[in-house]
Design a protein around this ligand. Structure first.
Ligand SMILES: CSCCC(=O)C(=O)COP(=O)(O)O
Ligand SMILES: [Mg+2]
Length: 261
């Protein structure tokens, strides 16, 4: 087995979710279709609720920022003119959500609504999150060795907690010391990693970030974070240069912690 030694200065392991802890297929074939199939009914049912209105307002602001993009779908402001107006607005939100999802956008607005929609599905037991089989044993071992384990995903913190709280391995939320999402910044921006270190109360070089996306690895590395790229079944392929440049692991069990002999 290939072994990657974790530098002695590392005290925090920061984990991406999709493509790292969890198969991309679970996200693409289960989580995302649920949104597309249920978003219209969800908006019709919850429209009057404050949380839903906050989600719609955030999506509307995002739509304004996106107005220069090809195919962008605007969301009109409410005119208060009856049921037809409401249905038109709901349809605009549905179209906007579907357009964003067709591009796999990671906007905070889209991720916030998705998290709220998944809540009912997880609570009702209609979905259970999948984790690669090496994830839970490795995370337990890291924590026993004194490591802190944090999550940094484009999925909202609320959605992350749903996944860890309702998984095929049971409720594994207690294995995580904390969560970060795009509210701290986007994963392809190095400043996000400096803010995460600051929020945890460590230096960036105390963190090892595991992700499947080399753009994220590169941004983290620019902030002096240690990185390893995770190669999992179903992940996007890497170029030869990327394979040479990055430390690669195919399982969390390939990480060797000097402190955990
Ligand atoms: C954790 S919520 C479900 C996944 C999701 O919506 C997403 O965008 C995952 O992105 P990641 O940063 O974990 O690759
Ligand atoms: Mg990922």
């Amino acid at each position: 087995m290939v072994v990657l030694s974790v530098p002695a200065e590392v005290t925090v392991i920061l984990l991406d979710i999709e493509g790292t802890t969890t198969p991309i297929a679970f996200v693409k074939d289960i989580l995302f279709p649920y949104i597309k199939e249920n978003v219209k009914e969800y908006l019709q049912t919850h429209w009057e609720e404050e949380e839903c209105q906050q989600d719609v307002n955030l999506l509307r602001k995002q739509a304004e920022e996106d107005s220069h993009l090809d195919g962008a779908v605007p969301i009109p402001a409410a005119s208060g003119n009856g049921a037809d107006d409401l249905q038109q607005m709901i349809q605009a939100v549905v179209d906007n959500v579907c357009w964003q999802m067709s591009l796999d956008r990671k906007t905070t607005a889209l991720k916030q609504l998705q998290g709220h929609m998944w809540r009912a599905a997880f609570a009702a037991g209609r979905m259970k999150a999948e984790f690669f089989e090496d994830v839970v044993p490795a995370v337990r071992k890291w924590r026993e060795a004194g490591m802190k384990v944090y999550i940094y995903s484009s999925g909202s913190v609320e959605a992350q907690k749903l996944l860890f709280g309702h998984s095929t391995e049971g409720d594994i939320l207690e294995l995580v010391d904390g969560h970060f999402d795009t509210k701290i910044g986007h994963k392809v921006e190095s400043e996000s990693y400096r803010k995460i270190a600051n929020s945890i109360g460590c230096s960036t070089n105390n963190i090892l970030f595991l992700t499947d996306v080399t753009l994220e690895a590169s941004a983290a590395e620019e902030a002096d974070v240690h990185v390893a790229v995770v190669v999992r079944p179903g992940n996007a392929g890497l170029t030869d240069d990327e394979k040479t440049y990055y430390s690669l692991i195919t399982s969390f069990s390939e990480l060797y912690l000097p402190s955990s002999t």
